[in-house]
Design a protein around this ligand. Structure first.
Ligand code: ZN
Length: 263
């Protein structure tokens, strides 16, 4: 993920990833700011990398109709950007409104997906619901388990809607193994994100660990994912102020070593 090496602009990230032997990149919309998405996609492919996905759409719930309509329009723009970039997938962080019942936020998420799914299908861009750890239920996502994401997917039965599984958000779930197997059977396993859970976690958003630095059984979960038929990229997605403050070239080497040793 471009956000893993946040201090690098897109051009430098792509050049360095390519030199390091990385084969694919998920682009965060922030990294595209001020750039032409189609040209950025070409640059990435010219470096021998696949565009894995665009992060991120979603944030459908809001407290007024106007804001929910704006969110739907913004998701359509995100899908257009993915199409121009040549990204086959948009990851959805679904959203929540503090103080609003989670059931209402989940309904607004379903309504938002219903509104944008035809646009995604027309653009041939898939959408992946990423369940977020329950600690984010108040403001970032009312979808907190793979089971809830599966329930939304079942409402649509669309080949364009699936699930992104991130070990950081899901490792604690005692149903994870069964839900991953079910996603495989349902054809909804669209993406797999890796980082680690540090103890103590000092920042709920930006203190994620390098692979192997925490307590997540990453290799075991990867086994479940591959056992369910997933053959896509294993995406390293680490938000960490501590690691962003380090030398990014050394950090990229550390990521490679950690991935090979622990993933
Ligand atoms: Zn993720």
């Amino acid at each position: 993920h471009t956000l893993t090496t946040k201090p690098w602009p897109l051009e430098e990230a792509v050049r360095r990833y390519s030199l390091a032997g990385v084969k694919g990149v998920t682009v965060w919309r922030e990294a595209l700011a001020g750039r032409d998405a189609a040209a950025a996609g070409q640059l990435i492919r010219n470096h021998g990398l696949s565009v894995v996905s665009l992060c991120r759409g979603g944030f459908f719930p809001a407290d007024t109709v106007e804001r929910r309509t704006w969110a739907i329009d913004e998701n359509r723009r995100c899908i257009d950007e993915a199409e121009a970039l040549g990204a086959p997938l948009v990851v959805l962080v679904c959203g929540a409104v503090t103080g609003q019942p989670l059931a209402e936020s989940r309904k607004q998420i379903s309504d938002g997906i219903a509104a944008v799914l035809p646009h995604a299908a027309a653009a041939r861009v898939k959408l992946a619901i990423e369940p977020l750890h329950p600690m984010y239920a108040a403001e970032r996502s009312a979808v907190n388990t793979v089971r809830q994401a599966r329930s939304i997917c079942r409402q649509f039965h669309s080949p364009w809607l699936g699930i992104a599984i991130d070990v950081y958000h899901t490792w604690w779930d005692d149903r994870l193994r069964a839900d991953i197997a079910a996603c495989g059977a349902e054809g909804t396993l669209f993406a797999f994100h890796l980082c680690d859970w540090r103890t103590p976690t000092i920042d709920f958003l930006d203190d994620r660990g390098l692979i192997g630095e925490g307590c997540i059984p990453i290799r075991q979960i990867r086994g479940w994912i591959e056992g369910a038929g997933f053959s896509g990229f294993n995406e390293v997605e680490i938000f960490s102020r501590r690691l962003w403050a380090s030398d990014q070239a050394q950090y990229l080497e550390a990521i490679k070593a950690a991935y090979l040793a622990h993933a």
